[in-house]
Design a protein around this ligand. Structure first.
Ligand code: UD1
Ligand code: CA
Length: 451
């Protein structure tokens, strides 16, 4: 069914005590707004409209990063949820499909839940997403009769009998766009909060003979975030779900609770992830790769059979080919590491290509930055880079080249050549022994004076 998505994100989020608009606080590295938009995106919406208010410019930027087609409308004064949705009306004036309302601060609604709501639309004009609340607290209550939803009562306006209802309003509503805006135009602010309640559209619709129903989902999906404490709970709930998914998909996590996932981390079957690994956004790890303890990965792709860490850092733009090895205290950024190539110890490889089966010795650094611009290092196949080589970019090492350890390589090295660029060794016979004697006699004179 054709659907337009309307995401409410105008609220200030006072309880976050933050300069950042609430919906931009991250969960697993992505703003909560992006999580909500991603949930809505599973319905393949024709329109994506975000209603912003506080911090609208920052919200616009985040919305566009998440979906380039998104349009942002501004609600200048937060007069209530009905007024917020109404800001989208001009953009949907000629739209014949459904409108789905989501909250930007409710990031965990699952695609299957939205699909269930869509199925319920076959028999009803309005579908509201409800949940059985363990503690109904200040949620709106869904007043139902059989599978008919009669009305929604906000907590502040509820009678004791209505307050006793545990079926609560998540805020998610699906209705034909035209009907939705028509009903909204009839909503007043004559209630305990003096706000225009979106929830009032249900009673208005029923009075006119339209039908409404409640679809339900688990309370964990409808969790809204209003404070840092709730943000922390949301983060840990998200992490728990990602870990469970990874285990279910055939990934071994030796200490699941210590592994931190990004919102979009993909781990292939038979990956092994050791304790205390952190995945930032944009990581794909293919089948059978092994991520060893205390590694940090972000914006990278790890191919089959590669081994990373312990204590490795893969930064954005890192591409590890099959069976590549990245060892301890190695940082890789914007670099392609070829098949079976090894960078095993204490290195920085940035803005570089390393050919297949090349070996990068301990302490090697690609000097990619000259203080102004970044430059590339190209290393061919089966190259041996000696320990502690400085590769001053831009520089190229041909296939099967070699560099002497401690070299500072500033010029290209031809295929098959050995480049050595360091001071030549001099040897002074007997000199060490003489030096030791001098130093020791000086030291003993000093200690006699001290006595
Ligand atoms: C709302 C529902 C309530 C439901 C609860 C679920 C109404 C009247 N009440 O209550 O039934 O149980 O959510 O969490 O709809 N917003 C705007 N502009 C506004 C007002 C709100 O953009 O003028 C946004 C907020 O930023 C937030 C969302 O809409 O993302 C919900 O607003 P909030 O004030 O939190 O509603 P509740 O009182 O919690
Ligand atoms: Ca709320």
């Amino acid at each position: 069914m054709a659907t337009a998505l309307i995401v409410l994100a105008a609220g200030r989020g006072t309880r976050m005590k933050s300069d950042l608009p609430k919906v931009l606080h991250p969960i697993a590295g992505a703003p909560m707004l992006a999580h909500a938009m991603a949930a809505g995106a599973t319905l393949d919406p024709d329109h994506v409209i975000v209603v912003a208010g506080h911090g609208a410019e920052a919200v616009r930027k985040a919305a566009l990063e998440c979906d380039a087609r998104a349009r942002v409308v501004i609600q200048n004064e937060q007069l209530g949820t009905a007024n917020a949705v109404d800001q989208a009306a001009p953009l949907l004036a000629d739209y014949d499909g459904d409108a789905l309302v989501l909250y930007g601060d409710t990031p965990f609604i699952q695609p299957e839940t939205l699909e269930r709501m869509q199925s319920a639309r076959a028999d009803h004009d309005i579908v509201v997403l409800g949940f059985e609340a363990a503690d109904p607290g200040r949620y709106g209550r869904l007043v139902t009769e059989g599978d008919t939803l009669d009305r929604i009562v906000e907590f502040k306006d509820a009678t004791p009998a209505e307050s006793a209802i545990s079926l609560c309003n998540s805020g998610v509503i699906l209705a034909p766009a035209r009907l939705l805006f028509e009903l909204i135009s009839q909503v007043t602010n004559d209630n305990a909060s003096g706000e225009y309640y979106l929830t009032d559209i249900v009673a208005l619709a029923r009075a006119r003979g339209f039908s409404a129903t409640a679809a339900t989902c688990d309370e964990t999906e409808t969790m809204g975030i209003n404070s840092r404490a709730e943000l922390a709970i949301a983060e840990s709930a998200f992490q728990a779900r990602k870990r469970a998914e990874a285990l279910e998909n055939g990934v071994t996590l030796t200490a699941p609770d210590t592994v931190q996932f990004g919102h979009d981390t993909y781990l292939g079957r038979d990956c092994l992830v050791e304790p205390y690994v952190v995945f930032g956004p944009g990581v794909t790890v293919e089948t059978g790769a092994h991520i060893r303890a205390f590694s940090h990965l972000e914006g990278c792709h790890v191919a089959r059979g590669a081994v990373v860490g312990p204590y490795a850092r893969l930064r954005p733009g890192t591409e590890l080919s099959e069976d590549a090895r990245i060892g301890n205290f190695v940082e890789v950024k914007n670099a392609l590491i070829g098949e079976a190539a090894k960078v095993n110890h204490l290195s920085y490889i940035g803005d570089a290509q390393v050919g297949e089966a090349s070996n990068i010795g301990a302490g090697t650094i690609t000097c990619n930055y000259d203080g102004v611009g970044k430059h590339e290092t190209i290393i061919g196949a089966r190259v041996f880079v000696g320990s502690n080589t400085m590769l001053v970019a831009p520089v190229t090492l041909g296939d099967e080249a070699m560099t002497g350890s401690g070299s500072v390589i500033t010029r290209d090295v031809a295929a098959g050549a050995l480049a050595i660029a360091r001071a030549e060794q001099v040897e002074k016979p007997g000199m060490a022994r003489k030096l030791f004697e001098t130093l020791r006699s000086k030291a003993s004179r000093r200690s006699k004076v001290a006595e």
